[in-house]
Write a protein that binds this ligand. Structure first.
Ligand code: GTP
Length: 392
């Protein structure tokens, strides 16, 4: 069943994309209304030929031709909406065609006892599900009114048994069976529509999540996301008595790049550096933009890599990059400060120690890796070089 729904969803989306009016956003209310109208037209295309065949069978050419004409309007409703840019008009034309045909059919073959009169109830249902309460109420009144009028008319003007009355039992059965099939098709289409809406909701959720946790310029995780990862890692490290590292990476003399080559080149350098570093870092670690020209890496010690050696590899990776400027290719470098999380401290304290190490890396010439000594060996002085050591 799920496979059938998936196939139906794909077929419906393909058809919808072909017939939706140019400029109509499928995700908007108008797009939704149009999708419903298309559902109606597909239902009509499935059901009407069955009844045309029935009338041809009984050689009721008038009914066969009339139903074909009404059916053309019903199946063509999406195209009417596309041409007139008026979905409500197309839907009401659909219902008027159905109503007119049923009225004529009931007049000719058996009044309210006509096998076709049961279809009067479909109009308010269509009105509710595909239109509005106003439309549904009007069509309910019209349907009931038509049945009362037909009943009154035939009581006042008793007529000889219509030619098809002899087949009435067969026609009832035929009508009921195909009405049942039409309802099954309708339920299937509602399920397809529900699934489509669910898939769209999932996609919208994924987009919202992406926007909430990514930095738009570099595509890296943003600070908020790295923070939540750090919180989780801190909890995990506390529970398992394990550890992790925080790397802070800062592009050297970035202001000069901006001032000399312009902000656009600065942005391109940020993207280039982010992408090169992102390629080096494995998915198990969490790498993000800390702000401005600064990046942060949550490096999990359990991944088997030596943190300082890995940081050195990142430094070299950036040092091997060059960016194009009007004065020719220019080099770019990063300074990196790293600190290991110590059980009992908060991760923000670890970041602060990594920041001290970064400060020392900058102060001692840039383009280098400095690791902060463990928390228990540092005395909390923010800038004392004694609390850090240069990576090998
Ligand atoms: N192009 C661009 N520049 C940015 C962005 N965010 C921050 N900056 C700039 O980055 C520069 C950072 O300058 P500083 O903090 O002085 O650092 P620096 O020039 O790299 O110097 P050191 O870090 O000491 O090597 C500032 O000029 C900011 O305007 C951004 O998204 N795009």
């Amino acid at each position: 069943m799920n496979k059938a729904i998936a196939v139906g969803r794909r077929a419906h989306s393909a058809l919808l994309a072909r017939v939706v009016p140019v400029g109509t956003d499928l995700h908007s209310e108008a797009g939704e209304e149009f999708a419903k109208l298309l559902n109606l037209a597909v239902l009509a295309a499935l059901v009407i030929p069955v009844f045309v065949v029935e009338f041809v069978w009984f050689r009721r050419w008038d009914l066969a031709i009339l139903l074909s004409l009404a059916g053309t309007v019903m199946v063509g409703a999406p195209w009417i909406a596309r041409r007139t840019a008026n979905i409500g008009l197309a839907r009401e034309l659909f219902l008027i065609s159905l109503f007119s045909f049923k009225l004529y059919e009931s007049l000719l073959i058996g009044s309210v006892f006509s096998p076709g009169s049961m279809w009067f109830i479909t109009m308010p249902v269509v009105g509710i599900l595909f239109g509005s309460m106003v439309s549904a109420s009007c069509w309910l009144a019209m349907g009931v009114g038509a049945l009362v009028a037909l009943h009154g008319w035939f009581r006042a003007h008793p007529v000889s048994a219509p030619a098809l009355a002899a087949h009435a039992e067969f026609m009832y059965t035929y009508s009921l069976v195909f009405m049942g099939l039409a309802i099954a098709a309708f339920v299937f289409m509602m399920e397809v529509a529900r699934k489509r809406a669910w898939v769209r909701l999932q996609q919208a959720n994924a987009t919202v999540k992406e926007l909430a946790e990514r930095d738009p310029l570099t595509g890296l995780y943003n600070r908020r996301h790295v923070w939540s990862e750090l919180e989780q890692e801190e909890r995990r490290a506390g529970a398992e008595r394990s550890s992790f590292f925080v790397f802070l990476l800062d592009i050297d003399h970035f202001k000069t790049i901006n001032d000399t080559h312009g902000h656009a080149v600065g942005d391109a350098v940020l993207q280039r550096v982010a992408s090169a570093l992102g390629n080096e870092i494995r998915g198990t670690d969490c790498f993000g933009r800390y702000g401005g020209e600064e990046f942060i890496l949550l490096f999990k010690s359990a991944n088997g890599l030596h943190p300082e050696r890995f940081a050195e590899r990142l430094r070299q990776c950036v040092a091997s990059l060059s960016f194009v400027s009007v004065e020719g290719p220019r080099k770019v470098t990063v300074s990196i400060g790293i600190a290991e999380f110590s059980p009992g401290e908060s991760f923000s304290k670890t970041i602060s120690r990594a920041d001290q190490a970064l400060y020392v890396a900058k102060a001692s010439g840039r383009n280098r890796v400095i690791r902060a000594f463990p928390a228990e060996e540092s005395d909390g002085d923010a800038i004392r070089t004694a609390c850090v050591r240069q990576a090998a």
